[in-house]
Write a new protein. Structure first.
Length: 143
């Protein structure tokens, strides 16, 4: 019986530690957006889209090693994410071909180097403004 308990603990342990959409920032109510979640080996990715749609409004990488490096990108404006000031940068043409798309990097925990790489995709200026408005009001959860 003791061995059965240990084996079941080993089987359940990875599931108990699996992360989920619960790590994604809180979306403001009434946005009509919902998160889809992907887990990497040492990072999380949250993608927001309209309920019932696969068209991504914006995405957020949460981790310590983002592929985006602002020093190599073109600045295109200022803004806010989760009430904090950010600088927006142009996305690489390979990532998005929309003139309205942009990305930024927000440090969430300096001590541990934990960051959020945020990207927004939009087809129109109004769509961009709507999505940036949502991003201004999201709330990050502590890692």
């Amino acid at each position: 019986m003791k061995h059965f308990w240990l084996l079941s603990l080993l089987f359940l342990a990875p599931q108990a530690f699996a992360r989920s959409v619960e790590v994604c920032p809180t979306l403001p109510s009434g946005t009509g957006l919902e998160w889809t979640y992907s887990e990497g080996p040492d990072f999380d990715v949250c993608r927001a889209s309209a309920t019932g749609s696969e068209d991504q409004a914006f995405g957020i990488y949460l981790g310590n090693h983002p592929s985006f490096h602002p020093e190599r990108a073109e600045r295109i404006g200022k803004g806010k994410v989760a009430g904090r000031r950010v600088t927006w940068y142009r996305q690489d043409p390979g990532d998005s071909n929309s003139a309205f798309s942009r990305q930024t990097l927000l440090t969430l925990d300096r001590k541990w180097g934990y960051v959020a790489h945020i990207w927004v995709t939009a087809d129109t200026e109004q769509q961009l403004l709507d999505r940036l408005s949502v991003l201004e009001r999201i709330a990050f959860k502590m890692p």
